[in-house]
Structure formats: C-alpha cells, structure tokens
Ligand binder design. Structure first.
Ligand code: ADP
Ligand code: MG
Length: 348
C-alpha cells in the first residue's frame, strides 16, 4: 500500500517495503488553503517505517505522538522473537511463559483468523519463517528436506492457549502477520485517549485512520501496483477505518529467476502461490485487517473473497496475477475505490 520509492533490491537481498507512508504524507499535504496541517513524525520500527500523523495543537501533538511511538516500541519487544528476552524468544527456548495482556490479545486475534481461514493464517509458522530468513533480512532458499522436517514439527505443535503454557517443548510462534496491526490499534487508542481529534497511524501500509480529516472529512489511501510498487493500482477513500495490505512485492528475494516472498503457505511451507499478488483488507480494527490480509493472500481469490464477505465489517481489494482487480460487495457505498495505473484491468 502507498508508494514505495525504495531502490530496487540487489539480487539475494530482501526487498523491504520501505516508505509506504509517503503517499499518505503527500495526500495529507494536499490540504487546501487555510486547512490545518497535521503534525507528523516518522520512525523506523517493527521492520518498517512508521508514520504517526495527527491534527492537534502542536504541544499536545508532540507529547501524544511520542507516547504512541513508545507504546509501539514496547509492543515490538513483546511480539517479536528477535528480542532475546521477549516472550516469543523464551517460548522458542522451551521456557514457560504466561500468555497474558498484549501477547494474549495479539494471539487471540491471530487465532480467530486462523480458525476462520482453516489455518491459512497460522501463528505457528515461526520455524519456517526463520528457515526462509525473510523476516530477518538474511533470506535463503531452504532445501526441500529442511522444509519437510519443519512442516512435520509444526504439524505436531499445539499452540499454547489459555492463560499459561507449561514450557518444555519449544514453541515456534510467529506473530509477524498480525502484530503490526495490533500496534497500530494501540497507538490510535492512546492518541484518542490523549484527546487527539483525528489522524493516521501508518506502519508500512498497515494503517488506521481516526476522526474526521479536517477540511475534507475523508482519508485517501493509495494501493501500490504490485508490478511497479512506486506507482498506484488505485486509491481508496475511507472514513474512520483500518487498512492492511499483504503482497508478494513487499519483501522477497529472487534465485534462479524464481521469486520467493514472505507470505508462506502453511500447507506446503513454501511462499504462497495462490494467484494473488496483493490483498488489501479494510476492517474496523487494524489487527483484524492485518491478519485477514495475510490469510486471504494464502487462500487465493475464491476462498479469500468468501472469507471477507463473511467477516462482519471487512472489505477487500484483491489484485490477481493477471492484473484483474476484485472488490468485495461493500466497496462502492461509503468506501470508494478508484483504479489507476496501466496494468490494472477491470474486475473479472
Ligand atoms: P507485512 O509484514 O509485510 O505486513 P503480512 O502482514 O502479510 O506482511 O505478514 C507477513 C509475515 O507474517 C511474515 O513475515 C511472517 O512473519 C508471517 N507469516 C508468513 N506467512 C504466514 C502465514 N501463513 N500465517 C501467519 N503468519 C505468516
Ligand atoms: Mg498481515
């Protein structure tokens, strides 16, 4: 989502979805004469650029935004196994961890989507995600044998549920497909509690708007063209809503002409090849939008559309490999989508 002006990837290196917030910045800057301008701050965290943009008096804005970033930094330490003392790292070492608070809520949101998608979204993918190295910026193509072994171990793994898990066997939980959305929700909650009237929190394309945008009322959100991510496939116009995109162009490497991206099919252990290139999900909260986008990407167009149509409050914009754009039924009234870009054809 949004424009991506990062330079092309060197072969063998992951392409990171970097400044996904740039379009939003540009769009917000498009306010007419006399319209208030947002206070904005951008930081690199959770593996991406996070932009918080709010409409509030400067002093209050500076304070609230700083606290929103602190909250997201705290969540990064909870939900990412890269932090040695994080609960996820301890679970991987087979230590006992009490699943409570933020961690329990992130897992719960992920498990709801895991159940509804028959496991297309799977928070137990940690060992496979590590094997492919895509989250840690050292990508490599594992051997079929390594993938088979990790898949077999995953099949025997019961994710901890309830308040506590006993420790013992290593648990390879990975919340990369849902944690950013939760962090966005928590940042918005904090900003609203601090009295900020409106704004956007955008974590590399997983974003949530709140309040009415001064002047125009609606928020404009660009969806990247998977073929040339610096261009747009279309623009959404929304009110107060969350939007998250999963695509095969966000984080990938190429080897022998094959693209290996960062969304894995839990059934095979390989990057999902479902015929979709990009899935944008709109939902009232960002944690749900984030997990659903990953799930729909794995499920493919037919099953993915069914999942979205059956999920209360969720809508989607799906871009297939042939450039076809699919829209769920609720797009058109309230939420507008305008196509852009040459490569994008009419809905099939
Ligand atoms: P992004 O991180 O670019 O926002 P996603 O939200 O689609 O993209 O999440 C992809 C991340 O989720 C991967 O980097 C990995 O950590 C994790 N992941 C990969 N495949 C799955 C899956 N099938 N189910 C749940 N999580 C996944
Ligand atoms: Mg996701």
């Amino acid at each position: 989502m949004m424009t991506d002006t990062a330079p092309g990837p060197a072969l063998g290196e992951p392409r990171l979805s970097l400044p996904l917030c740039i379009l939003l910045t540009a769009v917000l800057a498009l306010t007419g004469c006399g319209e208030p301008r947002p206070y904005k701050e951008t930081r690199f965290m959770m593996g991406t650029l996070v932009e918080v943009s709010v409409y509030a008096p400067e002093k209050a804005a500076v304070q609230a935004v700083s606290r929103a970033f602190d909250r997201m930094a705290q969540l990064e330490r909870v939900a990412h196994a890269g932090h040695e003392d994080s609960p996820l790292a301890r679970l991987r070492r087979g230590e006992a961890v009490v699943l409570e608070g933020d961690l329990a809520r992130i897992l719960e949101a992920g498990m709801a989507v895991a159940r509804a998608s028959s496991g297309a979204f799977d928070p137990a993918m940690g060992e496979l995600v590590d094997l492919w190295g895509l989250s840690m910026d050292r990508p490599r193509r594992p051997s079929d044998g390594e993938i088979g072994e990790a898949l077999a171990r995953k099949a025997g793994l019961a994710l901890p549920s309830g308040a506590c898990c006993p420790g013992g066997a290593p648990v390879w939980m990975d919340l990369g497909g849902v944690a950013k959305g939760y962090a966005v929700d928590m940042a918005v909650e904090l900003l609203v509690d601090a009295g900020v009237a409106s704004g956007v929190v955008n974590a590399g394309g997983d974003l949530r708007t709140f309040g009415r945008r001064p002047g125009r009322g609606i928020w404009k959100i660009g969806i990247q063209d998977p073929d040339s991510p610096q261009e747009l496939a279309g623009v959404l116009q929304v009110g107060q809503l969350s939007v998250a995109t999963s695509g095969d162009y966000q984080r990938y490497f190429e080897e022998d002409g094959v693209r290996y991206h960062h969304i894995l099919d839990p059934a095979t252990g390989y990057p999902a090849r479902s015929g979709l290139r990009s899935v944008t999900v709109l939902a009232p909260d960002c944690v749900t939008a984030d997990a659903l986008a990953t799930a729909v990407f794995v499920l493919g167009a037919e099953k993915g559309m069914k999942l979205l149509e059956g999920w209360p409050g969720a809508e989607g914009v799906l871009i297939k490999e042939d450039g076809t754009v699919l829209l769920t039924g609720g797009i058109g009234d309230g939420i507008r989508f305008e196509r852009a870009g040459k490569g994008i054809r009419d809905q099939g």
